[in-house]
Design a protein around this ligand. Structure first.
Ligand SMILES: [Zn+2]
Length: 239
């Protein structure tokens, strides 16, 4: 049987927890009032809560047409992008002022809203992997967070189909003509399953520069799965 002093302690603890919950909810509501929907580029308040930017900043977005990357002698892969690697997209990709994960998830949302991904037919979503050393340093893979957002919208699974077998310098740190060699033999198949044979894949990355990384990943997938179709989507393209 619980003694009276112990019962009093439990009762007080219960009241304390309830008060704490009410207090956090109050703080949350206060924050909502204090920080209404605002443009993530210029910070102006009271924009359409479904949008990321105000009208002026959204006009800065430079649309890009899709490109085709050669994967094999007779197979090409279309690459779709929200826009050029330029403000206001650039700020989300670099994500200096935001919680990084939140910015990456927003990129996923933008890809869903502003590229043809929602009408593409694919079976699996494959994020371009980071080498484990870079993953450990950064704590997450931006491409994977974007892929998870697309998965939540499309209902299709994210699979870690490919892995990086070599640590390579950042593509952006190299001259254009060195980039293809930098990602040669960097990727390998990480999962081997009959169910992937002849499937349709959506490759996901945050940024495309020369396209060499996406090409290598697609080549590994095609070689091992004889994919029926392969598409790529990125948040931004450096052009
Ligand atoms: Zn703005």
């Amino acid at each position: 049987m619980i003694s009276a002093p112990v019962y009093a302690q439990i009762f007080c603890y219960d009241i304390f927890c309830k008060m704490l919950t009410k207090f956090s909810s109050f703080i949350h509501q206060l924050k909502q009032l204090a920080i209404p929907p605002h443009c993530i580029q210029c910070g102006i308040f009271y924009i359409d809560p479904k949008k990321f930017w105000c009208v002026e900043c959204e006009q800065l977005l430079r649309a890009v047409v899709s490109v085709q990357l050669s994967i094999t002698a007779n197979k090409q892969m279309p690459v779709f992008a929200v826009g050029a690697y330029h403000e206001p997209l650039k700020q989300l990709i670099i994500a200096k002022s935001w919680s990084h994960r939140t910015a990456s998830a927003s990129l996923g949302e933008l890809i869903w809203m502003r590229t043809p991904v929602s009408i593409l037919e694919f079976d699996y979503i494959v994020p371009v992997p980071l080498h484990w050393r870079r993953y450990a340093w950064r704590g997450y893979n931006q491409a994977e967070v974007i892929a998870q957002k697309i998965a939540a919208k499309s209902g299709k699974p994210v699979i870690s189909l490919i892995k990086r077998v070599k640590h390579s310098p950042f593509q952006s740190s190299l001259a254009i003509d060195q980039r293809a060699a930098n990602v040669a033999d960097v990727f390998a198949l990480a999962l081997n399953d009959q169910k992937f044979t002849g499937a349709r894949f959506l490759l996901v990355d945050d940024l495309m520069t020369t396209g060499a990384t996406l090409q290598r990943c697609a080549q590994v997938i095609i070689r091992h799965t004889k994919a029926e179709a392969i598409y790529a989507v990125v948040a931004a393209r450096a052009c």
